[in-house]
Write a protein that binds this ligand. Structure first.
Ligand SMILES: [Zn+2]
Length: 270
């Protein structure tokens, strides 16, 4: 599943290929992904020019002068920019055709992705309750400590909660807690600000590393083989149940929290 680092890398990869390009037509080949693709996009985007590409949580924001095209890759989506005369592939459900005869295509086999339109000054409701971005200064120990006060929820579920902070997926949550030597079972409100300082830094480090690695290992977005650019993680605990801990040689354990698998070392994560 594309996580924050993949979406960030996608935004970075797309910028040089689509910013300042104008749309000649819009192809909607599968009208419903996770939600209905707005039909009006064909007219709304015609002759409009892309001003910038940003990321918010796991959404790609393609900004035009008259609003923002919001793209989500869902469980299995990917985006490529290819010559327009290249035949459409299976699962390519949405397309922006540009004046230079290239096309941005969204490929989404499982159709959990999304194509939405956000008008200027009218934030979509799905953005209104999102917490801060993990790689910004707003996300720090003081903030997390304040949010955690009185919370009995376990810290892993807490940091995976979008109103608290966006983009900390299941793998990154387990790995960050390992780095910070915090057990995923600890109630969020019971952790000192000093340990939360370590945790916020671990989250930032692990996400930044993944983005950096993605930037160097990811295929060119204009490549036509169209494979999703998900990158292999270097994992310390995730998926490593019953293996020795690389820090203390304890045994990595798998538990289920909030219907998600968590991996941790009971010996060195407290
Ligand atoms: Zn250990």
């Amino acid at each position: 599943m594309p996580e924050l680092p993949e979406v960030e890398t996608t935004a970075q990869g797309l910028r040089p290929l689509i910013v300042n390009h104008s749309v000649t037509s819009v192809g909607i080949y599968r009208p419903k992904l996770r939600w209905e693709i707005p039909e009006h996009l064909s007219t709304t985007l015609k002759n409009k020019t892309i001003q910038s590409v940003e990321r918010r949580a796991k959404y790609l924001l393609v900004n035009f002068e008259n609003g923002t095209l919001v793209l989500h890759l869902g469980m299995s989506g990917s985006i490529c920019v290819v010559p327009t005369d290249l035949p459409l592939k299976k699962h390519e459900h949405f397309e922006l055709v540009f004046t230079n005869n290239t096309s941005l295509r969204l490929n989404d086999p499982r159709r959990f992705g999304a194509v939405l339109w956000q008008q200027i000054d009218k934030e979509l409701s799905l953005f209104t309750k999102l917490g801060p971005e993990p790689l910004t200064e707003t996300f720090n120990a003081e903030y997390l400590f304040h949010r955690a006060q009185g919370r009995v929820q376990n810290i892993k579920t807490f940091i995976m909660s979008n109103p608290v902070v966006v983009g900390v997926g299941n793998i990154y949550a387990s790995e960050s807690l390992f780095e910070a030597k915090i057990s995923p079972k600890t109630p969020a409100g019971k952790i000192s600000i000093k340990r939360l300082q370590t945790l916020t830094q671990s989250i930032k480090n692990i996400l930044s590393e993944a983005i950096k690695r993605g930037g160097t290992t990811l295929k060119d977005f204009s490549s036509v083989d169209g494979k999703p650019g998900y990158f292999a993680q270097e994992l310390s605990v995730y998926g490593c149940d019953n293996e020795p801990c690389r820090r203390c040689n304890g045994k990595i354990k798998k538990i289920i929290q909030n219907q998600r698998a968590s991996y941790y070392c009971p010996k060195c994560q407290k």
